[in-house]
Design a protein around this ligand. Structure first.
Ligand SMILES: C[S@@+](CC[C@H](N)C(=O)[O-])C[C@H]1O[C@@H](n2cnc3c(N)ncnc32)[C@H](O)[C@@H]1O
Length: 187
């Protein structure tokens, strides 16, 4: 596990500052319109999204115990538990919505994680980032992706492959395609 995931407050600061606060803006745009009776965030981290997501039942899973402790401390009534995104200890379709926000790039098996999210919920909301057309490939690979790899363990995602996993999909792009949002429904 990358060291940053053991330091929730530092994660919060770096996530906001290094993205020039765009990551937070996209969170606000997307999550303000999500309504659900129950939701789970997979890779809940410090709970940044839980401040924006409302539902009668909310749960968060993460591999970092430090992140889980921090998130639980912020939100009373939030159910948190340790678990791996690709093997969730949950029954099929137990949640209406699952959220994967800035998580998939850090996983070695992102396709399996999306399949697992589709198994445990009827709708999956994914937010992540990708190289936008206005950033040259060389700059992206060396500077931005290089930083992401070193700090977050992230790698580029095959968004086209992920989109195919849902029975239906809605795709949104923000800031020239730098941020991608996918809302997939389970089969
Ligand atoms: C970049 S942070 C995103 C946190 C939060 N979703 C957000 O939007 O701020 C990625 C989170 O995924 C967690 N994580 C990494 N690998 C995981 C896995 N295999 N299963 C579940 N969580 C994982 C990390 O511990 C970290 O908290």
């Amino acid at each position: 596990m990358k060291w940053i995931y053991r330091h929730p407050s530092l994660y919060n600061l770096m996530d906001s500052v290094c993205s020039l606060f765009l990551a937070d803006r996209v969170r606000r745009k997307v999550f303000s319109s999500i309504r659900a009776s129950s939701l789970i965030e997979i890779g809940v981290g410090s709970g940044k999204n839980m401040a924006l997501l409302s539902a009668p039942v909310r749960a968060g899973v993460d591999t970092s115990l430090e992140m889980l402790k921090f998130a639980r401390g912020r939100f009373r009534g939030l159910h948190v538990f340790a678990g791996d995104a690709v093997r969730l200890p949950l029954k099929d379709g137990g949640f209406e919505v699952s959220v994967l926000c800035y998580v998939l790039r850090g996983l070695s098996r992102p396709v399996e994680a999306v399949r697992e999210a589709l198994r445990v919920s009827t709708r999956v909301v994914i937010i992540d980032y990708d190289r936008p057309c206005f950033i040259p490939r060389f700059i992206w690979d060396t500077v931005i992706s290089g930083f992401g790899r070193a700090v977050y363990g992230s790698r580029d995602l095959d968004f086209a492959a992920l989109e195919k996993l849902g029975a239906s999909k809605e795709v949104l792009k923000y800031y020239g395609g730098l941020y991608r949002v996918m809302i997939l429904s389970a089969r």
